[in-house]
Design a protein around this ligand. Structure first.
Ligand SMILES: [Zn+2]
Ligand SMILES: [Zn+2]
Ligand SMILES: [Zn+2]
Ligand SMILES: [Zn+2]
Ligand SMILES: [Zn+2]
Ligand SMILES: [Zn+2]
Ligand SMILES: [Zn+2]
Length: 207
C-alpha cells in the first residue's frame, strides 16, 4: 500500500505509518480482518460471514441469519431459511452469491438470485429457473388466461381431447382440456404446468 501524501510504500493499514503524515487516514473504510479498504462505498464487516460486504451495516440495512449462514437485506427478515442457501451461483449470471456484493433477492420458492438479475429475468419469465415454481402472485395473469380460454373456440377434433399435466406449483398430476399453450391445474388453479401426455381418447372428466 502506498500513501498518496508521502508516497511511502507500507503494510496495509487504516492510517499512514509515516510520522510526518500524522496518522493520515488511508480510506474512509478499512477492515483489519479482511485487509480491505474502500473510499467510496459503504462497507461493513460481518463477523459471522467473516467477510466485508457492501452496505451500511448489520442492524441497519442488513442482518445476518444464523440458519442460512449469510447476510441478507433487512427487507428479507421474514424469509424461508435454508442452510447455506447462498452458497450457490446466481442462476442468471452464475456469480457465486455468497461472496457477491450485489443485492440478492429471495424468491418465494426459497431460491435466490441477484435483485438486478431478477428484474431483468422477470421481464420475460415468471417461473424460477431452478425449480420452475411461479415467482409471484399470478392471480391476475391466470385470471386473464381463464378469460382467454373461455372465449376461445377449439376446432371440433380437439374439443374432447385431454392432456395429462404436471403442475410446477403444487407438484400434482392431473388432466386438463386440450390446448396448445395453456393448461390449468385442477388443484391449485395455476397455469404453470407442463404436459406429460396428450390423450387421443375422449376426456373422461369435465375439467
Ligand atoms: Zn503518508
Ligand atoms: Zn472485513
Ligand atoms: Zn453475515
Ligand atoms: Zn434464514
Ligand atoms: Zn446474478
Ligand atoms: Zn426456485
Ligand atoms: Zn397445481
Amino acid at each position: 500500500m502506498m500513501c498518496m501524501q508521502c508516497l511511502n510504500v507500507q503494510p496495509v493499514g487504516p492510517n499512514c505509518q509515516t510520522p510526518s503524515c500524522n496518522g493520515l487516514s488511508m480510506a474512509k473504510y478499512y477492515c483489519s480482518i479482511c485487509k480491505f479498504f474502500d473510499d467510496e462505498r459503504s462497507v461493513y464487516h460481518c463477523p459471522f460471514c467473516n467477510l466485508c460486504r457492501l452496505g451500511n451495516g448489520l442492524g441497519n440495512d442488513f442482518f445476518h441469519c444464523m440458519k442460512c449462514n449469510c447476510c441478507l437485506g433487512i427487507k428479507m427478515i421474514e424469509h424461508r431459511c435454508r442452510e447455506k442457501m447462498l452458497e450457490m451461483n446466481c442462476p442468471i449470471c452464475c456469480d457465486f452469491l455468497f461472496t457477491s456484493s450485489a443485492p440478492v433477492k429471495g424468491l418465494p420458492c426459497g431460491h435466490f438470485m441477484h435483485s438486478a438479475c431478477f428484474q431483468a429475468y422477470t421481464c420475460t419469465h415468471y417461473t424460477c429457473p431452478i425449480c420452475c415454481k411461479s415467482l409471484g402472485d399470478m392471480t391476475v395473469y391466470f385470471g386473464m388466461l381463464d378469460g382467454l380460454l373461455a372465449a376461445e373456440q377449439l376446432p371440433e377434433e380437439y374439443r374432447d381431447r385431454c392432456q395429462d399435466i404436471l403442475c410446477n406449483d403444487c407438484e400434482r398430476k392431473g388432466r386438463s382440456r386440450f390446448h396448445w399453450l395453456y393448461h390449468k391445474c385442477g388443484f391449485c388453479g395455476s397455469y404453470n404446468t407442463r404436459v406429460i401426455k396428450t390423450d387421443t381418447v375422449e376426456c373422461s372428466t369435465s375439467n
